[in-house]
Design a protein around this ligand. Structure first.
Ligand code: GLN
Ligand code: ZN
Length: 768
């Protein structure tokens, strides 16, 4: 008798959209950096790259289709620009080697270039709402595209030699243009008709090379597209439908919304849909799928590090599998680029927490289990499903995760908690009395240079080769040095310099309950740069003060006001792997309560100025504008809860190191920090226009020192910038400060730069 799991009835296919390319222990990073320093040759670099690709395919070989072309030496969007022959003119004449030109666009120079030869690198931007950065393709009216298929064909040939069943992966034409930037007044959509023949030719060559399926990534489809862009999608796929390969159009990172019907009806052989972030639309997608199409469901979260609940996933997949049979494919939700490679490297994580996690390799195993369960029946993987259930249950019920007191505190949050005692103007008057400051007060953003000595001391402390008290002595010496230098410079509001902090999120995460840290959980951020996001796994509490002792010590050294430095709840959240068992909002409010306690403890310790950094507030904005407001509502509320438990006399600062406030100025104003410091030095103060137009009422410190550059700003330059600022914001509400923290600079750069800044402030006061 045929059962529901009759093999002849169901043959669900498994595939993957992309695998991390940095290697198990960041081999690619080290190979790249060694090549750039001329310590190794291009041949050696390419050999390492080949080994990583080969290893990745071996890891994926049990799948029905493995991705090819997902590997990149730097960035897959830059790869696509090369494939399409779309290089900026500034490298076009440098035709020595393609690899050199590739790194020139990626990072301004290649291995053998002398510093004076360097050209300006392509702009780098975040890939959708991830922390991965791509190199923005540049286009102009006269952009022409010419196929350069050598890279992708070579990788196909490698995969064939290795005997894997492969599926080339490309960025789709619409998303490619959508990500591009017009370098003149052209309209990039007008380039589509020039782009499509190149894709057609590429697809033909891939078919000749033996590809049956090609994956075209079109994540632009999860954003709000206007009519012209929607029409471009149809036009593009109408043009590609005669290709001699089957096209799998991949969307991910969200729901399709208004693009749903359009997408499902494109003339392609299959659609990949993100069933994790798009869960709400799943039913509709399955119901409306035309009968000639394959549906690939991304059922394993490619954006987070938690084990999938396989039993629940299986339960919702079974009826879909019964309906679609071999037209159902399964995959992770998106490329696994956004998660670390292998959990087996972790030897120090607590065993409970370890049992709740899955990195890229483990996610592929989950995928195979699901495939087996659907194809051969759940009994075929009874053991795996039972183990998974045990892990899921342990996480659901663990006292490490659930702290009733914290949950109660969040549900008891009243509107009162986010309110300050008085309005800004009342506070400002009290603060002016309590904290007398000159016109154009000067300050810095928090960190001073993280010198080699500081980093060595921290490492020695971590490795237990120096004791806690020895470490404390060293850090106190650094703090004292920073305080003395600031006094000599004549700065008005001092900072302790953040010597004791490795990273502005990790430092707090390490002291909060509910956070865990991996040893090798690296994720590519851009090129060879990787980040290791902390793991927010449980309800957040603060067992003890995190910064008070250092700040108090710093304050004890000087009569000048000492600014306490904290990272805000939204930024801590946005730079972590977060829980998937509660909303981001709830996690953020828990963090807000912990930061609030710290703020209140600092105030009680006599710290009158407290800065709460929200460097990552903007980057948390959802992909769809329609969802922006609800994010901003809770994000701003979280900030207000963290900041507003103080008396009127205590001055709250916040800091944001970016320069786009147009869309969020109302939210920024609602944060109601007494002082906001922002990045402006490169924008020539034009970004203050939006503050002026909005009639932003509180104080602003527009950055006048570009801390990303080794250049030292002259006093006249600072004065000019501040004069421009004063044309927009009354001088009584302006501060003078750098763009951001100084931790990546060196003292010999910082001192003259800050001296010029202070001198400029003095000149401005004298002229006022
Ligand atoms: N206080 C932090 C510092 O000065 C702020 C860093 C940031 O905004 N990225 O380093
Ligand atoms: Zn900053």
């Amino acid at each position: 008798m045929a059962t529901a799991h009759d093999v002849s009835l169901q043959r669900v296919k498994l595939h993957n959209l992309g695998f991390p390319r940095i290697g198990n222990k960041r081999e690619l990073k080290f190979a790249l950096e060694s090549f750039w320093k001329n310590d190794s040759t291009a041949t050696e670099l390419l050999a390492t790259a080949g080994q990583i690709r080969s290893k990745n395919w071996t890891l994926q070989q049990s799948l029905d289709l493995v991705p090819v072309g997902d590997f990149s030496l730097y960035d897959q969007v830059l790869d696509m620009s090369f494939t399409l022959g779309n290089l900026p003119k500034r490298v076009a004449h440098l035709n020595d080697s393609e690899l050199d030109n590739y790194f020139r666009i990626a990072r301004g120079r290649s291995a053998n270039d002398s510093p004076c030869q360097c050209i300006h690198a392509g702009e780098m931007t975040k890939w959708f709402d991830t922390n991965y950065h791509y190199i923005v393709p540049e286009v102009t009216t006269d952009t022409v595209f010419t196929l350069n298929s050598a890279r992708i064909l070579a990788q196909v040939a490698e995969a064939k030699t290795q005997g894997v069943k492969f599926k080339p992966v490309l960025i789709g034409p619409v998303t490619y243009l959508w990500l591009s930037k017009e370098k003149d007044s052209s309209n990039k959509l007008a380039l589509l008709h020039k782009l499509l023949p190149v894709y057609q030719q590429l697809l033909t060559e891939l078919a000749q090379a033996g590809a049956e399926w090609v994956q075209l990534d079109e994540p632009a489809l999860v954003t709000e597209l206007d009519q012209a862009w929607q029409e471009a999608v149809t036009q593009a796929y109408q043009a590609l439908k005669f290709s001699p390969v089957k096209l799998l159009l991949a969307t991910y990172f969200g729901t399709l919304g208004d693009n749903l019907t359009l997408t499902l009806n494109l003339p392609v052989a299959g659609i990949h849909f993100d069933a994790v972030r798009g869960k709400a639309e799943l039913e509709q997608v399955v119901a409306s799928l035309p009968s000639d199409k394959v549906l690939s469901l991304g059922v394993i979260d490619g954006r987070n590090i938690w084990k999938t609940d396989l039993n629940i996933t299986l339960a919702y997949l079974q009826p879909i599998a019964a309906k679609l049979a071999e037209r159902l494919w399964l995959a992770p939700s998106c490329s696994l680029l956004h998660v670390p490679v292998n959990l087996d490297n972790e030897t120090k994580l607590d065993t409970d927490i370890l049992s709740w996690l899955a990195f890229a390799e483990q996610k592929l195993i989950e995928l195979t289990v699901l495939g087996k369960a659907l194809n051969d029946g759940p009994n075929a993987v009874g053991r795996e499903l039972a183990d998974n259930l045990a892990a899921i249950n342990s996480r659901h019920t663990s006292p490490r995760v659930h702290n009733p007191a914290v949950k109660a505190a969040v549900s008891n949050i009243s509107a009162q908690l986010g309110k300050r005692q008085s309005s800004y103007s009342v506070r400002a008057a009290k603060q002016a009395k309590h904290l007398p400051l000159p016109l154009y007060p000067t300050t810095t953003i928090g960190s001073f240079p993280q010198t080699k000595e500081i980093r060595q001391a921290r490492l020695a402390f971590k490795k237990h080769s120096i004791s806690a008290s020895e470490y404390e002595v060293k850090m106190k010496a650094e703090i004292e040095y920073a305080v003395r230098e600031q006094e000599k410079l004549g700065l008005d509001v001092l900072v302790h310099g953040e010597a004791e902090r490795n990273d502005m999120v990790e430092y707090f995460g390490e002291q909060l309950q509910g956070y865990a840290f991996s040893q090798f959980g690296w994720v590519q951020s851009y090129g060879s740069r990787c980040v290791k996001p902390p793991i927010l796994f449980g309800d957040i509490s603060r067992p003890q003060p995190m910064t008070v002792a250092w700040t108090k010590y710093a304050q004890s050294l000087t009569d000048k006001p000492m600014k306490g430095m904290l990272t805000g709840p939204v930024t801590i959240l946005n730079w972590s792997f977060v829980r998937d068992d509660q909303s981001r909002r709830d996690s953020c409010l828990q963090l807000a309560l912990a930061v609030r306690q710290e703020v209140q403890d600092l105030e009680a310790a006599g710290v009158n100025v407290i800065q709460i950094d929200e460097a990552a507030l903007r980057e948390g904005l959802p992909l769809r504008r329609a969802q922006w407001q609800s994010y901003l509502d809770w994000a701003v509320e979280a900030f207000r809860i963290s900041a507003n438990g103080v008396k009127d006399e205590t001055q709250i600062h916040t800091h944001m190191c970016y320069s786009e406030f147009n869309d969020i100025i109302a939210a920024i104003a609602h944060m109601d920090a007494d002082v906001i410091t922002i990045e402006t030095s490169r924008s020539d103060m034009e970004l203050l226009d939006v503050f002026e137009q909005f009639a932003y009422p509180n104080q602003i410190g527009p950055g006048v020192y570009d801390i990303h550059s080794p250049n030292i700003p002259a006093a006249e330059q600072v004065t000019k910038l501040m004069q421009k600022a004063a044309e927009r914001i009354p001088a009584q509400r302006l501060w003078v400060n750098p763009d951001c923290g100084l931790k990546t600079r060196q003292w010999h750069e910082v001192i003259p730069a800050l001296q010029n800044m202070v001198d400029a402030a003095k000149a401005l006061r004298a002229a006022a």
